[in-house]
Structures are given as structure tokens and as C-alpha cells.
Design a protein around this ligand. Structure first.
Ligand code: FAQ
Length: 336
């Protein structure tokens, strides 16, 4: 099953691939391609092309950062949840996101990158995290809409990752998807309750949907034609379904849910296309997307500052855990 062991990938005979390429490296690569082509998993100790390893470290660590930064907009509402039941659900959800971050950091560590390196890349702004978490949560309905739309988009993107070619990432995604599915349902349930409430509550839900719809569509990344990594990631079996295809699947799944809920999706061009068998939707504001990805969204600065502060405030916990582990090891050695 899923392991947290730190395994640095090496060649089949413990040889780290070097430039210029050797005949052996070509052979390894051909074997690697064939294996991926057969749909087999690549495991930490297996030989892999350096670019494959780097792509995985980039994607998995960014994914981990997204889960951790994603705790902030919702954590903001734990003390203001309207009932004990909703507070308990939200607490559990935010803790789950923290757990997802941990599984994903552990999966990235199997590729030979340390947790400290990944955290440093996040804190320095070198590493990205999902654009969606740079938008503010202004009202309680935002918590429901995050569950419905943001977790809904996350699941759509993450289900195919359960079949991605890198074993530790694929296995981590299985558990994460199960939990995300609960997250989405609790959000939808919260919104259904609000829609049965007062006119003000219904307005609050509609306002939240208006603000989160387009950013949720942006979560899937740029159009396929502008996606720098899609070619390699698809060839290597990391991406099984393209950014645009997943976005379309999400729109198709969400439109009927919006009808049941009784909210309008804020897109006048949303229209069923009989010939395509899909919903057509209006153009995405890519300038806004790249602005947010470039660090200039509404909350980018606050999010990073909060994470850096939380890391500094938690230093004593990490020190205490290390001291405890040392003591334990010492005791075990004495006992042996
Ligand atoms: N935000 O060539 P592509 C969640 C960047 S978890 C920011 O298409 P790729 C759970 C991309 O990194 C949400 N940057 O890239 C939750 C690249 O820049 P780089 C996170 C973005 O990797 C719910 C450049 O644009 N999920 O929500 C974004 O092939 C509720 C070119 O793009 C994952 O990370 C974006 N939206 O495809 C938690 C899933 N999109 O790195 C709390 C795993 C693209 O070269 C509450 N990741 N960029 O500097 C993936 O599936 C992929 O990485 C994509 C992007 C699909 C996100």
C-alpha cells in the first residue's frame, strides 16, 4: 500500500543517469515508455527519465501546497459556522485537506525532494498553488459553494489521477478522492438547506455562485493549446484527460445540479449543444487567470503571509516531535 518511505530513484543497477546519454539510458527509456504504454505503475526505485521526475515533483508539490493553502479560506469560517453540526463538518473537512497535503508531500518525497525544499519553494513564491485559493470567502454560503464547485472541480481533475503512472501519487489520490467526494456532498447539502431558507439566504447563495463559478472553471488550467506541460504529461501517463476535456465534463455535470439547487450560473452563453452533446459556455477571462497565477490576485499576499507565519509559529512543534523521536530511538537502542 501507500508508503511514506523516502526512496531516491536510481538506475536498475544503482546508476544515476548522467549526460551525455548512454546507450543504456536509451534502453532504459525505451523500457520505461513501453511500461507506461502498458499502463503499469512506475515505482520510486524504478529508473525514470529526469524530466518525468521533475514534472512529477512540480505537479505533486503544487498539488500539496494547494491542499495546505486551501485550508485558509475555509478555516476562516470555523468560528462562525452557524450550527454545531456545520462547525463539526467544516472542522473535519479542513483537517482532511491538511491530511491530503501530507500524503502528497510524502508522495513527492519518494522522488528525492525534501519536505523543507518544497516548503521553501512555496514560501519564496517559486512554487505555485491553485489559483482558486486566492479568492476571498465573504459569506457563509461561500463555504457551501467551495464544497460544491471547488471540491467538485477538484474531484473531476483528480479521479483520472488515480490512474496516473506514478504509483505513490496514484495511490494517494484514491483516498483523497473518497474524502473529496464527502466534501462536495456536504457543500451541496449546505446550499440546499440555505435555498430552502429565507430570501436573504437564497440571495447569499446566488452571490457566492456568481463569484466562484468562473474561478472554478479556471482551476483546470489554461486551454490545451496554451498548456505547456500537457504534451509530456499525457505521453507519460500522468495526465489521462486534458484540461479542456475535464473542464467540459465539469460544466456538463454541474449545470443539472445548479437547476436542482435553483441557482443561475453566471454565464449568458451557457447553452445545450445537441450536436456536440455538451453544454457550450462563454469565454474564460484568461487575463484574470494569469494575473492570479502570477501572484496578483485578491488574496495572494495574505495567503502566503499566513502560511509563512503558521510555519514559523509551528517551529516548536517540529522541534518537539524531533526531540521525542530521538528520545524514542535512544530508548529502543538501550532496550535492544
Ligand atoms: N492554478 O501546462 P499546464 C483542491 C499553471 S486541490 C495555478 O496546463 P499542468 C482541494 C501550471 O502549474 C486543487 N497555476 O500545467 C481542495 C503551469 O505552471 P508551471 C489543486 C496553474 O500541471 C478543495 C502553467 O500554469 N489540484 O482544490 C493552474 O500540466 C477545497 C501551465 O499549465 C491539483 O493540483 C491553476 N489552476 O496542468 C482543497 C491537481 N493551472 O508549473 C481545499 C493536480 C495551471 O509550469 C478546499 N494538478 N497552472 O510554473 C494538475 O492536475 C495539473 O497540475 C493542472 C495543471 C491541471 C492543475
Amino acid at each position: 500500500m501507500y508508503t511514506q518511505a523516502i526512496d531516491i530513484p536510481q538506475g536498475p543497477k544503482d546508476e544515476v543517469p548522467r549526460r551525455p546519454r548512454s546507450l543504456r539510458e536509451d534502453e532504459y527509456e525505451a523500457e520505461f515508455d513501453a511500461r507506461v504504454g502498458r499502463g503499469e505503475f512506475v515505482e520510486p526505485k524504478d529508473w525514470m527519465p529526469e524530466a518525468y521526475r521533475r514534472t512529477l515533483v512540480r505537479q505533486i508539490s503544487q498539488h500539496a501546497h494547494s491542499e495546505i493553502v486551501g485550508m485558509l479560506p475555509e478555516g476562516n469560517w470555523i468560528t462562525r459556522a452557524p450550527t454545531l453540526k456545520r462547525k463539526a463538518i467544516l472542522l473535519a473537512k479542513v483537517q482532511d485537506e491538511g491530511g491530503h497535503g501530507m500524503y502528497l508531500y510524502a508522495a513527492a518525497e519518494t522522488l528525492g525532494v525534501s519536505r523543507d525544499e518544497m516548503i521553501e519553494a512555496l514560501h519564496s513564491g517559486k512554487a505555485k498553488y491553485s489559483s482558486i485559493f486566492n479568492y476571498p470567502t465573504l459569506a457563509w454560503a461561500d463555504i457551501g459553494v467551495i464544497g460544491w464547485l471547488v471540491d467538485g472541480a477538484a474531484i473531476m481533475n483528480q479521479i483520472p489521477l488515480c490512474r496516473c503512472s506514478y504509483g505513490p501519487y496514484a495511490r494517494a489520490m484514491i483516498r483523497i478522492c473518497k474524502e473529496e467526494s464527502f466534501h462536495q456532498r456536504q457543500g451541496y447539502d449546505l446550499l440546499l438547506t440555505m435555498m430552502k431558507g429565507t430570501a436573504e439566504q437564497r440571495e447569499m447563495v446566488q452571490d457566492a455562485v456568481d463569484r466562484w463559478w468562473w474561478p472554478s472553471l479556471m482551476m483546470f488550467g489554461p486551454h490545451d493549446s496554451d498548456s505547456t506541460h500537457s504534451g509530456d504529461s499525457s505521453r507519460w501517463g500522468i495526465k489521462r484527460i486534458s484540461n479542456d476535456e475535464l473542464r467540459q465534463k465539469f460544466v456538463d455535470a454541474t449545470v443539472p445540479q445548479a437547476k436542482v439547487l435553483g441557482v443561475q450560473l453566471p454565464d449568458p452563453e451557457l447553452k445545450w449543444n445537441e450536436a456536440r452533446g455538451h453544454w457550450d459556455f462563454g469565454p474564460i477571462d484568461w487575463q484574470e487567470f494569469w494575473n492570479v497565477v502570477g501572484g496578483h490576485g485578491q488574496c495572494n499576499r495574505d495567503r502566503l503571509a499566513d502560511r509563512v507565519k503558521a510555519w514559523a509559529d509551528g517551529a516548536w512543534v517540529r522541534e518537539a516531535a524531533l526531540a521525542h523521536a530521538d528520545k524514542q530511538r535512544h530508548r529502543d537502542q538501550l532496550a535492544a
